[in-house]
Design a protein around this ligand. Structure first.
Ligand SMILES: Cc1cc2nc3c(=O)[nH]c(=O)nc-3n(C[C@H](O)[C@H](O)[C@H](O)COP(=O)(O)OP(=O)(O)OC[C@H]3O[C@@H](n4cnc5c(N)ncnc54)[C@H](O)[C@@H]3O)c2cc1C
Length: 279
């Protein structure tokens, strides 16, 4: 079942999945799976996989960037370690004209992730080569987006995949969705290139409608979806002329990612079954 969501174990598997998606008119962000490493050596090893990935992307001239998690880069062992590893990756992305997206994890990491990405982005040559993720389920997100947009940082907006307490995150889907639409509008109006990451037809429809009424060029933003989820929607958006980027995870540590996909909403186990038949 996991192969439906994960492209394989090796970089080569991820690159062939990328080439296949490119041939369908999509771009990709590659994620080497893993989180919460327990030694600096492991953090640097995780960083090395991303160095190899950035090189492979440049050499194969693929239209792809990378997504990483700070806990995988040693954040729990020390902020300086994570900063050092990610900074090295962003510098390589600058040399390759690439882009590093820092995923957003649970709320213990929200402020630290924002601070770290802002610090990286403040280095003049890094500008435009590092971006962040904001989760619409968090009550703080409108404020965070305002700060990040003032810095000119590119944002991926998603609903949020972690279990969070109600004082920090909206518990009701309708409030998360309402915030997602409001934040989408802020991002689309900002003049920066952002990613609207969702498989939700209603969220996609709201983004399209807003872009249409505000005369926002569809080329100025992208929809993002996870590998293997709503492939029908991915394809139809490409057909309609929208930019679509697929998040392609690979690697041996697939289990937590796979379980999040199944567990993020109890109904997702049913969605999974339904999606097997839909695509
Ligand atoms: C490109 C991308 C990057 C992401 N990065 C992050 C990140 O950095 N941090 C973070 O917290 N979260 C991240 N997420 C996950 C996100 O927060 C949500 O948990 C996930 O996308 C489900 O929300 P949804 O917008 O698709 O809407 P939902 O309301 O959850 O689902 C809407 C519809 O999408 C389909 N669907 C959704 N999830 C699944 C699934 N697992 N299996 C099958 N069908 C499904 C179903 O058809 C469902 O009806 C990312 C998501 C995407 C697409």
């Amino acid at each position: 079942m996991s192969s439906r969501f994960v492209a394989g174990f090796r970089i080569e598997d991820a690159l062939s999945a990328t080439a296949a998606l490119e041939s369908q008119g999509m771009t990709v962000t590659l994620d080497s799976l893993g989180e919460n490493v327990s030694s600096p050596g492991q953090a640097r090893q995780s960083g090395q996989i991303y160095h190899n990935l950035l090189d492979a992307i440049a050499q194969s001239k693929l239209n792809a960037n990378v997504s990483l998690k700070l806990t995988q880069m040693g954040m729990d062992l020390g902020r300086d370690l994570a900063f050092d590893v990610v900074s090295g990756l962003v510098q390589q992305a600058v040399r390759n004209d690439g882009f590093v997206r820092v995923d957003m994890e649970g709320t213990p990491y929200t402020q630290a992730t924002i601070d770290l990405v802002r610090q990286l982005h403040a280095v003049p040559e890094n500008r435009g080569h590092v971006g962040i993720v904001i989760q619409a389920y968090l009550r703080r997100s409108a404020q965070d987006i305002e700060t990040l947009l003032a810095d000119g940082i590119r944002i991926r907006l998603c609903k949020g995949a972690y279990s969070e307490p109600p004082d920090l995150a909206f518990p009701a889907k309708k409030d998360v969705d309402g915030n997602f639409v409001a934040l989408t509008k802020t991002l689309l109006k900002s003049g920066l290139y952002h990613g609207i990451a969702t498989h939700d037809d209603a969220m996609v429809a709201a983004a399209k409608a807003f872009a249409r009424t505000e005369r926002i060029d569809p080329a100025s933003f992208e929809f993002q979806m996870l590998y293997g989820i709503r492939r029908d929607l991915q394809r139809s958006l490409v057909k309609e002329g929208y930019n679509v980027r697929v998040y392609v995870p690979f690697g041996e540590q697939w289990y937590p990612y796979f379980m999040r996909r199944l567990a993020e909403r109890p109904a997702n186990v049913i969605f999974l079954a339904k999606n097997f038949f839909r695509n």
